[in-house]
Design a protein around this ligand. Structure first.
Ligand code: ADP
Length: 194
């Protein structure tokens, strides 16, 4: 099995690329979705609450995290965000690779913070999606209902995919045209791996 990560900045088109690859019939696991699913596990929830010193709350008969309280802590303090990420990211990666078992010939995972966390070493190849900044801004504002300043803040805190070298495993996918053009680039990139 060959393992391929899909990454890129916010609004670059990672989810769109993932969807295209899923439509081709391949398994694509999303780190964000794996995290949401881990949060359904009460043990995992309790461990996070203990670590971050927030009381777990009960919602619809299930123990869950007070997301507002957690956001307030991690948005105001970078050290707390690192503590949370140091706990959650290895567990999310384990969950991703648990799902890779037995998948042939290609296994894909959409991992937003791949280079920030050094997880590129776990993959054979990395698809890095690039998209023009103005398009990323306008489409993410529309998708998430955020202001330009809010989206810029996220981008400023992310790895600079456009200027940094992403290593020799990286395959750049330029998402600078229509969705149909993106689809044909993705088809070529995936088929080149077979
Ligand atoms: P990411 O997962 O990297 O944050 P998405 O795949 O969600 O990015 O793309 C961000 C937004 O831009 C979405 O609303 C998506 O539909 C749109 N989008 C992505 N690529 C294109 C494209 N080539 N043409 C038009 N819209 C696009």
């Amino acid at each position: 099995m060959e393992k391929i990560a899909i990454t890129g900045g916010i609004g670059s088109g990672k989810s769109t690329v993932s969807e295209i690859i899923r439509d081709m019939g391949y398994t694509v696991v999303s780190a964000d979705k794996a995290y949401s699913e881990l949060l359904l596990n009460e043990e995992f929830v309790k461990e996070i609450c203990e670590l971050m010193k927030i009381p777990p709350i009960e919602k619809d008969g299930r123990i869950t995290i007070d997301r507002k309280a957690l956001s307030a802590i991690v948005f105001s303090d970078k050290n707390q965000l690192s503590r949370l990420n140091d706990f959650t990211h290895p567990r999310i990666m384990n969950e991703i690779f648990r799902r890779a078992k037995g998948v042939e010939p290609l296994f894909f995972a959409e991992v937003p913070l791949l280079f920030e966390r050094g997880y590129e070493t776990e993959f054979d190849n990395v698809f890095v999606v690039h998209r023009r900044l103005d398009l990323r801004l306008s489409e993410t504002m529309k998708r998430d209902g955020k202001t330009e300043a809010e989206v810029r803040k996220v981008i400023d805190n992310q790895f600079d995919y456009e200027s940094n070298k992403c290593g020799n495993k990286s395959i750049i996918i330029e998402n600078d045209g229509t969705i149909d053009e993106l689809r044909s680039k993705v088809y070529s990139a995936v088929n080149a791996l077979l």
